[in-house]
Design a protein around this ligand. Sequence first.
Ligand code: ZN
Length: 160
Amino acid sequence: MAVLPILRWPDPRLEERCAPVTGDVAGLAADMLETMYAAPGRGLAAPQVGQLIRLFVMDTTWKEGTRAPVVCINPAITWRAAEVQTGPEGCLSIPGIVTQVARAKAIRLRWTDLAGQDHEEILQGFAAVCAQHEYDHLDGILTLDRISPEDRAAAERALA
Ligand code: ZN
């Protein structure tokens, strides 16, 4: 396993729509989890390490105790609650910037794990936010794309 370099905005690879996973990603997923824990973060998408494929990893509880890594291959959001919550989000590719992003309060996420097993679960609270954030990365969407032009201008000034 290895800690991989994390791409930083405005790297153009972060704005690409990613292709479905077709091959074996066990090694990459292990490296992504190690990279996420080292960062430290609670989610990491493959394009953030330069792999433009539909894969992300997350562990929404490890900072509070036990590790519970989840590897999501070819995920799909199959339902979004109409109710929206706005909360602070950081991104490992936009270090030092926290933006207020509106997200569905709950989603249903479908994905395949490393064993080839399909899953479908309702996610709420922080897990719902984290999964929507990571899923956005697979479509080349960043938190900066989900905030007002004024907030984006302020974030870009802070990054410059
Ligand atoms: Zn991110």
